[in-house]
Design a protein around this ligand. Sequence first.
Ligand code: SF4
Length: 222
Amino acid sequence: MKTKINEIFSSIQGEGPVIGYKQLFIRFCGCNLNCAYCDTEFTTGQEFTPQELYTKISDEYDLNTFHSISLTGGEPLLSIEFLKEFLPLIKEQTKIYLETNATLNENLLKIKDYIDIVSADIKLETATGLNTFDKHEQFLKNCNGIETFAKIVFDENITDTEISRCCEIGKNTGIELVLQPKMIDNKMSITSEFCNEILDKFTNLYPNCRLIPQVHKFLNVR
Ligand code: SF4
């Protein structure tokens, strides 16, 4: 079967604990959420079979030079039938880093054995208009055995109730929470003081948290 790929590019990971590593990014088209802060174009693209994509990236890139391949989107787990065939082709040559909105639990379980690192979102209701906390918690529990962190994009609208629920998920799963201030036009949308205040609120409830802005936007790379 084919899936639509928006873009394939080499760049520097700009989010979370593996920040600064060189990755080959494969951006999948389509998403099942509609976040207010989404700044990613993921609707247009080219269709590939698993073998066609494998041949393309093998021909055009030296996979030994990358820390890992980042499956990103959109939401890569929407392309689950494609991934079930593609990941076995690539797995022996590189680590697989999955960037996901952490809502498609069943699909994760179908390819879990091929994933080395998971960057999972915890989406705030003030950003998506949806309460997806229970889905995120189950997803993070399903990541058991994989190196995983949870990313929380926030702005001035974050509420104490949301902070409390995120920390509860952290406690229930033992996963590190990475707070990421929302960016607008490559600049922080909130002040440093507000960042400190929010980090304090998180660490008072769950110490396994840190705040990391999107570094690739400061570097002006994709
Ligand atoms: S989950 Fe990610 S790709 Fe999908 S709408 Fe939200 S920010 Fe955009």
